[in-house]
Design a protein around this ligand. Structure first.
Ligand code: FUL
Length: 483
């Protein structure tokens, strides 16, 4: 190589290196951060729950465990109707009570006679778990399983043999009906039950009896991506109530140390999470469309209204949680007409309220952005790409974004998303409207997380300002929508 060419080449590399040195690195993650499987779970936003067992036919919420298998007889069952109804409503996954506390199994397990195989349903040839898992696959929904740890039918409940039974059943479920996206471990335990005829109260130590670490390891070997739900996670945690309400301050970080399913006095903590928590364990908001979890004819008139379901959407998905809405099939084996109607009208409402994003491709400015680099430019919050974001320099933990609307418009909702792959950061912010030449505060809030939707008193706005007033580290926002 010529000396001249060589020096030009060197200069070229020096210039490249200089410019790459100038380009600011992305912010460092603030731990904990979500796993890839948890990220997928966040993105699902809304899943449906199906409670179905002998209770549907005996008009109970908690079967005692002595129900005859003959009572389970859904004569007009149409599982396609469940799945298409739920899919049209916008749910991405369905979690089924494969076995509730009464112990009746919705699949023909080889480990007990207390199942569909001894019921009149399809003359004992039916398999609700199999049929629902297949219908979910067909319609592109994910399938999840609830298998009650408490079992009021089993004579061996309370002994180590029952744990083997429980694990055998999990093995059947995960090898025959997967993929299973979420596994639901319910903490409820009322003590008394049939227990094979013993008719007594049994007390177990919830912190040790089930030996969860061994069970979870076993399941993970079959389904590495599965999300475990329980009070303590480890995948996702209970939100601490059954009203459809996540807390306004909702941290995904959580400290699971010493927490176990059913532990008394932890509901508030489950709802808020823990700013300084060690593990990423988001809250899942489970609630029923009816007062009960199972179908009761007397509740046909008590199906939640579309307006109530909309409020629940705002207080769950809108507070950074995932909604798990229970829609229980009736004795025919169908989702009742009233529930279908409520879901349809709710969907219409969601589509109407969030029809036109006024921020899409709007002009956005910011108080500052990371290294003045294009990669972190404020416009990234309206580009519709969940993987790009606005971020500030490391030492800047406050800052604002201004979104210019095309014309003065009444604004009802602001949707915000942090880029949570780098951890949850923001702890206080306001939303302000530019009106008649000055800023007016429209809302004051705390956490954002995966998603925050603020419902505002509709006000005419020319510009909107998102003002981050406190953050654990430099704010990183991937999305802003305005409706
Ligand atoms: C509770 C159970 O006791 C209810 O019956 C229902 O399954 C609900 C989702 O969880 O702990």
């Amino acid at each position: 190589m010529h000396a001249k060419t060589a020096s030009l080449t060197t200069l070229f590399f020096i210039l490249i290196c200089l410019s790459c040195g100038e380009k600011p690195l992305p912010p460092e993650a603030i731990l904990p951060v979500p796993s890839e499987a948890q990220m997928k779970w966040h993105e699902m936003e809304m899943n449906a729950f199906i409670h179905f067992t002998t209770n549907t036919f005996t008009d109970k919420e908690w079967g005692y465990g002595d129900e005859s298998t003959n009572v389970f007889n859904p004569t007009e069952i149409d599982i396609e109707q469940w799945v298409t109804t739920l899919k049209e409503a916008g749910f991405r996954g369905i979690i089924l009570t494969a076995k509730h506390h009464d112990g009746f199994c919705l699949w023909p397990t080889q480990y007990t006679e207390h199942s569909v195989k001894n019921s009149p349903y399809k003359d004992g040839e039916g398999d609700i778990v199999g049929e629902l898992s297949a219908a979910c696959k067909k319609h592109g929904l994910k399938f999840g399983v609830y298998l009650s740890p408490w079992d009021r039918n089993r004579a061996d409940y309370g002994t180590p043999e029952y744990i083997t039974y429980y694990r055998n059943q999990l093995r059947e479920l995960f090898t025959q009906y997967g993929p299973v996206f979420e596994m639901w471990f319910d903490g409820a335990n009322g003590g008394d039950g049939y227990y094979g005829g013993a008719d007594e109260k049994r007390k177990i130590d919830g912190s040790t009896y089930y030996d969860w670490p061994t069970t979870l390891d076993m399941v993970r070997k079959m389904e590495p991506e599965v999300i475990f739900f329980s009070d303590a996670g480890p995948g996702v945690r209970w939100v601490g109530n059954e009203h459809g309400i996540a807390c306004e301050t909702n941290w995904n970080p959580f400290n699971p140390e010493g927490i176990y399913a059913g532990k008394p006095g932890i509901n508030d903590l489950l709802c808020t999470g823990d700013r300084n928590g060690t593990h990423w364990i988001p809250a899942e908001t489970d609630v029923s469309i009816r007062p009960g979890w199972f179908y009761h004819v007397a509740e046909d008139s008590l199906v939640k209204s579309p307006e109530h379901l909309f409020e629940i959407y705002l207080s769950s998905v809108g507070r950074g949680s995932t909604l798990l809405l229970n829609v229980p099939p009736d004795q025919r084996g169908l989702i009742h007409e009233n529930d279908v109607e409520a879901l349809k009208m709710w969907r219409t409402m969601l589509d109407r309220e969030f029809a036109m994003n006024l921020a899409a491709n709007a002009t956005v400015t910011a108080s500052s952005w990371r290294g003045k680099a294009n990669d972190y430019h404020p416009a990234k919050v309206v580009d519709g790409d969940p993987d790009t974001y606005w971020a500030t320099d490391d030492q800047t933990t406050t800052g604002s974004l201004e979104i210019e609307l095309e014309k003065p418009t009444p604004v009802r909702y602001v949707v915000l998303q942090e880029y949570v792959r780098l951890g949850q950061r923001i702890e206080a912010f306001t939303v302000d409207f530019w009106q008649g030449g000055q800023w007016q505060q429209a809302a004051e809030a705390t956490t954002i997380g995966y998603k925050r939707i603020l419902k505002l008193e509709p006000m005419q706005a020319e510009k909107i300002r998102i003002n981050i007033t406190a953050s654990k580290a430099c704010p990183v926002i991937s999305n802003v929508e305005v409706y």
